[in-house]
Design a protein around this ligand. Sequence first.
Ligand SMILES: Nc1ncnc2c1ncn2[C@@H]1O[C@H](COP(=O)(O)OP(=O)(O)OP(=O)(O)O)[C@@H](O)[C@H]1O
Ligand SMILES: [Mg+2]
Length: 311
Amino acid sequence: VLLVFATSDKGGTGRSVTSSNVMYRRALLGDDVCYLDFDFGSPTAGAIFGIDFCARGLPKQDGVGGLHDYLQSRTSEAASIDVWSKSERQEMRDKPLDAGRLVLLPGDESGGEFPSSREVVQRCVRLFVRLQEEFDVCLVDLSAGRSQAIEIVLAATADKQIRNSSIVTRLLVFHRWTRQHILAAQGLVEGARGLLETGAALKHPPRELRSSVRFVRTAVVSSELQRQGNRAAQIAWLKECDRQLKELAGRLKLGPNVVLGQTPLDPMLQWREQLITDDDVWGRHVANSETAKAFQDLALDLDNPTRWEGL
Ligand SMILES: Nc1ncnc2c1ncn2[C@@H]1O[C@H](COP(=O)(O)OP(=O)(O)OP(=O)(O)O)[C@@H](O)[C@H]1O
Ligand SMILES: [Mg+2]
């Protein structure tokens, strides 16, 4: 069972939209998958999945709570939503017969961040252990920066109940292909109070933790786009810029061997956060096939052994 954590240092990196699409692609490939919205400060995953009634998190209801309520012991179970049947999009409700489950565990509307505590961590451990019985892949969207959510899950995954289980954990760090984002992503992993330092303090074996980290570059401008709309001077500048970014990434040890994949800039996603369906690509031609392919490649690479050497 795969337990994937998605994080980034900057906000608005494309972490949630990419993660949602990757899990959707994985469900289309036949796996049972679950998306957990641990972006406690802003739990809007429902909007990406097209589930209007929890677009800003689960509304208050007696006895039913989302992840905020569950982790803070206000309800005994975390609410789960079947994306296929609850999406407002008709194409989603026509679930392909061979697709797996696609389930969202939403946060609570107006929930807000809350600190880690022994009790919260224990609830989190219990949740991960229970989910592994039901799903092939679980993805936890952790919000941006050095968040409480990161502390909670690093403490939970250090727990022996998880370490002694068949759960395999992976950490994806999302960033845009710009100088600021590359520097920030590296700082989040390697810097003071970053992922590795926080993990080590919680007794994660450092080498193992490091080898579970991969980077995902989002909304990268393709050379094709460069050719289409830009002047020769712009294309030359973009190429030089790309060269400098590659050099910077390499110097900071964010080079190809720790990059799981990248997504191309897609006009559809610039205008709306949503799942890109095959109908968007092949039926209505409003999204690029390269984008859907990038999501599918990432979905396959989550547990492709050649991409995770050392683990
Ligand atoms: N490949 C892409 N091409 C163009 N736009 C994209 C792409 N991927 C994501 N976006 C857009 O970038 C914006 C930010 O994406 P998203 O909300 O997923 O980021 P995030 O890192 O989860 O942000 P936050 O920190 O606010 O949770 C969204 O409008 C999204 O649709
Ligand atoms: Mg997000």
